[in-house]
Design a protein around this ligand. Structure first.
Ligand code: UT7
Length: 312
């Protein structure tokens, strides 16, 4: 049993923070940020805007896109690591915001930047088990909650935003979420983690080295598992952490750069929202078209990493 994508939507906060804005508040330059990361802009949520606000806005747009209401959804899985409240889950709060009245289940997945791949993995399993007909997958992050403007090595890297995808059960195994693989290595905790005072601790160069090997590894594994090669894939949407990581991964996999969806220049790293936002962006802009096969590798704190294959 498989699935098909029947709706998508995204939400980006109004405020755009440019590299030039950072030049005014810390010892950095547009040149350094562009050269090292490929980032130009990122969106920053307003102080009173919460992760739930972002998630609910993206979810509402996905429902509108699908021509559905929240009560047509059987389960909500939300990838997020930046909720202001420890409980309840952002997923449940989204149900409340959108006026759900069916008592359908909702929960969050805390997979950091790999969160949306973990969420896809869960959705695939529920479809395979035949347990839910329609699943809404949300990726939502307010990464600015964790930014320390005294730490230039991390402050410039992240942005806020949310994306939502709605999948429906299908008898075809060749559409929607076709395959997923997720992995974790807790021994590498020190490389990248949140701190008790809600900041980001990251060894950038070490994280970079892991990212350029583990994302292509996950991508190769899933292609091999599906019996396909890079030629069969129409688009690759890698986790949007750094343009150099994206380009290096594509080179390792033998993907031409024209097949890669890049949003890191405009959204920066939105962690668990990154791939969902990037897919919504690519669909909105007619970059990805119906029937195309997408390879979705991701990598993040944990360490966690993985990949998904999705046919639109
Ligand atoms: O999504 C989760 C996964 N996260 C990632 O994948 C991030 C992976 N890491 C990276 O993307 C890169 O390591 C960074 C973009 C974070 C850093 O780039 P880098 O080329 O690895 O730079 P670096 O950390 O080795 O720092 C080089 C220099 C240092 O100065 P010195 O010691 O050589 O004098 C830093 O202090 O760049 C300096 N630097 C900055 N300079 C201007 C660090 N941040 C900045 C900055 N502006 N914002």
């Amino acid at each position: 049993m498989g699935s098909r994508l029947i709706g998508y939507g995204s939400y980006l906060p109004e405020k755009i923070m440019t590299n030039q804005d950072f030049e005014k508040i810390m010892d950095t330059t547009d040149e350094w940020i562009v050269q090292r990361t490929g980032m130009h802009n990122r969106h920053f949520a307003a102080d009173n805007e919460t992760v739930v606000d972002l998630a609910a806005a993206a979810a509402a747009r996905a429902l509108e896109n699908a021509g559905l209401t929240i009560d047509d959804i059987d389960m909500v899985v939300c990838a997020t690591t930046s909720s202001e409240l420890d409980f309840p889950s952002v997923g449940v709060q989204v149900l409340g915001r959108l006026g759900a009245s069916r008592s359908q289940p909702a929960f969050d997945v805390r997979g950091a930047c790999t969160g949306y791949i973990y969420a896809l993995h869960c959705a695939r399993a529920f479809f395979a088990a035949g347990m839910h007909h329609r699943i809404m997958l949300i990726g939502a992050e307010k990464m600015t909650r964790f930014l320390d403007f005294n730490d230039r090595s991390t402050a410039v890297l992240f942005g806020d935003g949310a994306g939502a995808l709605i999948f429906e059960h299908s008898s075809s195994g060749y559409s929607g979420i076709i395959d997923t693989v997720v992995m974790a290595d807790g021994r590498e905790f020190d490389m990248l983690h949140g701190t008790p005072d809600h900041k980001i601790s990251m060894n950038g160069p070490e994280t970079y080295k892991k990212a350029v090997t583990l994302m292509p590894e996950a991508a190769s594994y899933i292609m091999e598992h599906a019996g396909i090669t890079a030629d069969n894939v129409d688009w690759i949407i890698p986790h949007q952490a750094n343009l150099r990581i994206i380009q290096s991964g594509a080179q390792r996999l033998g993907f031409p750069l024209e097949k890669i969806v890049v949003t890191v220049d405009r959204h920066a790293n939105t962690s668990g929202a990154s791939g969902v936002l990037a897919l919504s962006y690519a669909l909105d802009n007619g970059i990805i078209k119906k029937g195309q096969l997408i390879l979705y590798p991701a990598f993040g704190s944990g360490l966690t990493w993985g990949a998904a294959l999705i046919r639109i």
